[in-house]
Design a protein around this ligand. Structure first.
Ligand SMILES: [Zn+2]
Ligand SMILES: [Zn+2]
Length: 263
């Protein structure tokens, strides 16, 4: 299984527009964060999780050749607005719609924003989406599986995803955009080989885990390795990487373009 971090910035992106971004070293490319999403290659199948407003550029920079399945974790703007740029992937697969899996609320958002993409049997040059509710356990062509739990995120629930490799059994937990991890999330992601967790900023937030809450969650999850995502400008890459080495040695920070191969 290979995981590509397409973006790891909070909903406004990093650096902030029209702001001094105090404490952030803009000379470090790892502090330039597009909005949060990942691309997972599992059993030879390409799964895109969320489509940021920068999705098109993320695909170009990371040389993404295909999107075979798409999972929308929830319908917030920073995760859904890039979905129109799935169009070339439809064209490249002979016009077939992209299979999309999401929540009930996620489905409603797709219907509201991209009504022209639904109930389209074949599409060349425009996007076509075949939307279903995310099943408890999704088995992909190639044998990889994706299980989910619902994570609390204010007025929305977010799909928390656990991918399992069909050959090695290696496990990747992707828990973005959540106020906390539920007992079900801890059970499903227990001892994951890699966990990527929402760790917004140093201070607490009503709908996201803070940086420290994410580190604590990583310990409870007993993940072999954890990376923090959905970060604000308040988290400078070098400053926090150094802090983590002293406090939570199994935790690090995501950066855009990071690729991780699990056996
Ligand atoms: Zn978000
Ligand atoms: Zn959100």
């Amino acid at each position: 299984m290979e995981i590509i971090v397409m973006g790891c910035g909070t909903s406004q992106g990093v650096p902030l527009v029209a702001h001094d971004n105090a404490g952030l070293d803009l000379k470090n490319p790892r502090n330039w964060r597009t909005r949060t999403s990942v691309h997972v290659i599992i059993g030879g199948h390409h799964v895109q999780v969320d489509a940021a407003p920068e999705f098109r550029l993320q695909c170009i920079h990371n040389q993404i050749p295909r999107v075979d399945s798409f999972i929308l974790t929830h319908g917030h703007a920073d995760h859904i607005l890039g979905m129109d740029d799935l169009r070339q992937f439809c064209t490249n697969q002979d016009g077939d719609p992209i299979p999309v899996y999401t929540t009930t609320r996620g489905t409603e958002r797709i219907q509201a924003i991209f009504p022209y993409a639904l109930q389209v049997k074949r599409s060349f040059g425009y996007v076509a989406l075949d939307v279903s509710l995310m099943p408890k356990k999704l088995t992909l062509p190639g044998g990889g599986t994706v299980e989910h739990v619902l994570l609390p995120h204010g007025t929305e629930d977010t799909l928390g995803l656990v991918f399992t490799d069909p050959h090695s059994g290696s496990k990747f937990a992707y828990y973005t955009d959540c106020r906390e991890l539920t007992p079900e999330a801890y059970a499903l992601g227990h001892r994951a080989d890699l966990a990527i967790l929402d760790g917004l900023r140093p201070a607490p937030h009503p709908t996201h885990m803070s940086f420290d809450e994410a580190c604590q969650a990583s310990l409870k999850l007993d993940a072999k390795q954890t990376l923090i995502t959905h970060m604000t400008y308040q988290i400078d890459y070098d400053v926090y990487t150094k802090k983590l080495a002293e406090t939570y040695p199994k935790v690090g920070l995501c950066y855009d373009g990071l690729r991780i191969k699990l056996p």
